[in-house]
Design a protein around this ligand. Sequence first.
Ligand SMILES: [Zn+2]
Length: 317
Amino acid sequence: MNLLNFILNFPDEESCIAHFKAQRDQIGIVCPKCGSTKHIWLKNKLRYECTHCHHRQSIRRGTVLEFSKLPFRYWYVAMHLLTSTKKSFSASELQRQLGHKRYQPIWEMHKKLSDIMGKRDNEYQLSGQIELDNAFITTLISDDCKQQNLKRGAGSQNKSKVLVMTESIVVENPKPGKKPKKINHIKMQVVPDLRADTAVEIVKEQIDSKAELTTDDSKTFFKLHQAVESQKAQVIEPEDLQKILPWVHISIANVKRLLLDMHHQLKKEYLQYYLNEFCYKFNRRYFGEKMFDRLVFAAANYNTDFKSRIYNRSLCG
Ligand SMILES: [Zn+2]
């Protein structure tokens, strides 16, 4: 949605609440106490009341807005900015645009939206022709880990390991200079290690078992026949990379450039959220103004455990 339409459609808190309620009504309200789907709307309390047992639930319950005290309009502005800009929008820029005093709640809102973007994309598996490779993305490590000696190179704790998967369609008779494959959807998943069993687990989750997989011949990929029917694992000379795994390497270069441009102080434990946002937007690059509508619908559909997950987790590793 462009800026003028956004301002027209969502001039105030009421218009955002009315729109969000319409999304929730479309999904359907279920009473958590008795399972009834019949409710009356208590406009002044922003709650649904079950007509059967009179249990009340907030309009935010079960959505990404649950546990957030921020106005609906903040969420709507954030969703507008995240879907209408080509690159990314940092939390500090969001804070500046919203004129909000505290950084933390805006930062959390940003991460929660990235979390549900990942949840939405996780509902789909990639299929057809898939390129798969790993990438090492430089991230900061937490202060607790800084005391330990850092390893050098790819095994270093400040390089996060990511499996990158791209789905593409073979182009019949490609024009000279054009690629033989057209890219469709992508996925990027932070992994704790590059063991073969880890790769099998991720591929089983993210890729359709009938897909045709292309990889190099590294040990990480040598058990993938357990996850897909067809895998072409081959020795790839650096000069052939562009020919055999073109899209996976373009995607890696693009995400690295974006992260470098936008987020200089990228912490390891938040990398997946940035990757979620990058993939979500890439996968919907032809949606145009509809990307905003889709994100609002996802916001009403998905809950997030972002906060508890961060605070309960060890940051080293
Ligand atoms: Zn009930």
